[in-house]
Design a protein around this ligand. Structure first.
Ligand SMILES: [Zn+2]
Length: 354
């Protein structure tokens, strides 16, 4: 069964009606009240959609852009660029042994993790960041609130299939070992405007108040005030809904830099739902506590590096944001040290030969 989250249902209704976020949530709350105890908020949102004659799910399977992949889908086909490779590991649950590997992939519309089980995990061996992969007959599961594309023995993974391109630029690391692991990790002091997509690590040292802005409920583009009403270039006068952006500063010990988060990335970093984030527009005081809570967070982010011409400085725009794992970072440091050790050993030996 296809399962849409409350946010996904509301987003779809907004896309296909002229109702604003608040009108919609009013309708949903009314349904919940009318059907006291009989429906969840998701259920009520489904009813509202069907009363408005809105079909929530279009294509259920076949080739899809990543943003259109929904929880519960089977037989999904998609094409994406590999951002990160998580190599195969063994697991055993309930006495059953198995292998699992995964790939973080992205297309022009979003990112998703592809999880490959057992025989499929073998196929990840030759794959590296920057490769284009085509996935066929995959199914969708949700874990920790994030959708994942799962591949079993009936699924297909094609690496760099001819004729398929994905317009997402990935800056690769210099060494093949690092390339294999994913998007290049860089220190903030190493970044220049020649970088496009890189991974950075840092501590959140400053958080600015969130900015909310009016968008067209139909197309999501900016709605600008004109003669006392909000106007979308394409859709004319609209009752706007809201989107948001949050600026933070991260520090990685080499430098501090501004990290800009839009919409979903704000929700990820704050670990809040869209509804919760939207509530801070009218209750900015409630945001102060949240703001304090994320100060000092240790985060890992895949970012686009942007030159801000007005201030003549580099800024980072989050594409993915994760809570960084100190253990993982310690392992990584040790690996780097070991690799550096091997290299200097090789250099010594080479100089001896001469
Ligand atoms: Zn519009």
């Amino acid at each position: 069964m296809i399962r849409l989250s409350y946010d996904e249902i509301i987003a779809k209704i907004k896309e296909k009606s002229s109702l604003s976020e608040s009108e919609l949530s009013d309708k949903v709350e009314k349904k919940v009240a009318q059907l006291a105890g009989l429906v969840s908020r998701e259920g009520a949102a489904h009813i509202v959609a069907s009363e408005l004659g809105i079909k929530l799910v279009g294509q259920l399977s076949g080739r899809l852009q990543i943003k259109n992949i929904l929880n519960g889908m089977r037989d999904v086909e998609t094409v994406g660029k590999v951002m990160q490779v998580f190599e195969e590991r063994q697991f055993s649950t309930n006495g059953r042994e198995g292998k699992v590997a995964s790939l973080q992939v992205a297309d022009e519309t979003g990112g998703i993790r592809a999880v490959l089980w057992n025989e499929q995990a073998e196929n990840v061996k030759g794959v590296k960041a920057g490769d284009v992969v085509k996935v066929k007959s995959a199914y969708v599961r949700e874990r920790n609130g994030l959708k994942e594309l799962h591949l079993n023995d009936r699924s297909v993974l094609l690496v760099n299939p001819p004729g398929e391109t994905v317009d997402v630029a990935v800056t690769l690391a210099a060494s093949p070992q690092q390339q294999k692991a994913g998007v290049a990790r860089k220190k903030l002091s190493e970044l220049s405007d020649a970088d496009f997509i890189v991974e950075v690590l840092g501590t959140v040292v400053q958080v600015f108040d969130m900015k909310f802005f009016e968008v067209c409920p139909d197309c999501g583009k900016r709605a600008k005030p004109l003669n006392g009403t909000f106007t979308c270039e394409q859709h004319g006068a609209v009752k706007p809904s809201y989107s948001y952006v949050m600026n933070t500063v991260i520090d990685d010990g080499t430098e501090t830099m501004r990290l800009v988060l839009f919409r979903r990335m704000v929700e990820r970093l704050l670990r809040k739902t869209e509804q919760e984030v939207l509530s801070y527009r009218l209750q900015p005081d409630a945001f102060q506590q949240v703001k304090n809570d994320i100060l000092g967070n240790f985060v890992k982010a895949v970012v686009r590096v942007n030159k801000n011409d007005m201030f003549d400085r580099l800024e980072l725009v989050a594409q993915e944001v994760y809570e960084a794992s100190p253990d993982e970072e310690i392992t990584r440091l040790n690996d780097e040290l070991a690799a550096a050790e091997v290299n200097s050993q090789k250099l010594k030996e080479a100089s001896k030969v001469q």
